[in-house]
Design a protein around this ligand. Structure first.
Ligand code: 9MR
Length: 368
């Protein structure tokens, strides 16, 4: 159900508005030949994607940030703007302005927009959480999915339909006791996927999850139970195309990084016939008092070790970092006084750091 008060977003209208000229530099074929050394150039040559989470406000206010995203990414994920609480803060009052701005930016610069995240317990509109607690009416969910998904059909070919469905310690199946689970039981996952398929017949539909990267008992359990969930969905014919591995790495946990364990999990997911997106890669530092070069080397090392495993598995086709520059990250600096956390590819002045090179070298492993 489209919002009657705002005109539907359309790529054609955007392109008519910007004219043909700005698109010329972004024709994928030309770029692949020319090779500008950007991450999207490396990714493109590997037949892959490189993306970052972006914010509409920064794209509008910071021309250097906008230029960096334009140069580096061939896909962008709205960090906030597609979430239910953001889109429909009051029941029935949908506001697509910021999400449309990102979609238009993506279309005008030849990028795709990844859709994140449709159903997430932390971004459910508060009125919807209340309404569902009151009465488990699937139409409340369906109306939201129907408003959002078709609107971005031209630019969005991948959706996180369910974000973070797992949480250990509550139930035998490992499902998180979210407002959706409380209202509809475990079947909410299949229902949401089926609705998403209806509104985006050609898009790829993902479940996106965090806390799968390290060899701790709780992460081991989560991997196991998530695999069971994915297997059950596939067996029952639910429209699921892939898994988003958030990959929020933490230097304090690196001693528990076991490449064999991670490789086994990627294999298990891939052998279900599912794709894998590395969907929110970043690195939380442990010690902000070290010399900058040492901090950056540690971050890059964690990324390199992770991506070595990821790139060895053909199910992995896409890497998105949760932000592009340390100027704007959801992570605070360790200790507070050390400047920003340095866990993204570009520093706060938008200069490439060793993490940037770790990512481009990862694409090189696939010929990029
Ligand atoms: O980075 C996002 C942060 O700015 C928002 O406040 C928060 C709530 O919308 O979402 C953050 O992004 C999260 C993502 O949507 C899901 N995985 C974890 C991310 C970091 O918390």
């Amino acid at each position: 159900m489209a919002d009657a008060r705002t005109p539907g977003w359309s790529r054609r209208a955007v392109l008519a508005g910007v004219g043909a000229a700005p698109l010329m530099g972004f024709a994928p074929g030309r770029e692949a030949v020319k090779g500008d050394g950007s991450l999207k150039d490396h990714a493109g040559r590997a037949g892959m994607q490189y993306g970052a989470a972006v914010r509409a406000s920064l794209l509008a206010e910071q021309p250097d940030y906008r230029a960096a995203v334009t140069r580096e990414c061939n896909i962008v994920t709205p960090e906030l703007e597609l979430k239910w609480a953001w889109l429909e803060p009051q029941r029935g009052q949908l506001s697509f302005t910021s999400a449309d701005a990102i979609a238009s930016f993506a279309a005008a610069t030849g990028k795709a927009m990844h859709g994140a995240a449709l159903l997430w317990h932390l971004s459910i509109a508060p009125w919807a959480a209340e309404a569902l607690a009151d009465q488990p009416d699937w139409m409340i969910v369906r109306r939201f999915l129907a408003s959002v998904i078709p609107r971005y059909g031209e630019v969005t070919h991948t959706w996180d339909v369910i974000n973070e469905p797992m949480d250990m310690g509550h139930r035998m199946d490992g499902l998180r006791p979210s407002p959706y689970l409380a209202a509809f039981g475990p079947d909410y996952i299949r229902r949401a996927l089926e609705d998403a398929r209806l509104y985006a017949p050609r898009a790829k539909l993902f479940i996106n999850e965090f806390g799968l990267d390290y060899d701790f008992p709780v992460e081991r359990d989560k991997r196991y139970l998530l695999l069971k969930l994915l297997e059950g969905l596939k067996t029952s014919g639910a429209p699921i195309d892939g898994l988003g591995m958030q990959a929020h790495l933490e230097l304090a946990k690196q001693a528990h990084f076991d490449p064999k364990v991670l490789a086994q999990f990627f294999d298990d997911v891939g052998s279900l016939g599912l794709e894998i997106r590395i969907s929110e890669l970043d690195v939380k530092e442990a010690n902000g008092t070290l010399a900058t070069a040492e901090r950056d080397a540690r971050v890059a090392d964690a990324v390199r070790r992770y991506l070595d495993v990821a790139m060895a598995n053909r199910a992995v086709g896409s890497i998105t970092t949760w932000g592009l520059s340390d100027r704007c990250s959801w992570l605070d600096s360790p200790g507070g006084k050390a400047g920003p956390n340095r866990g993204l590819p570009l520093d706060a002045a938008l200069r490439p750091k060793p993490m940037y090179h770790a990512i481009s070298e990862a694409y090189a492993l696939r010929g990029g």
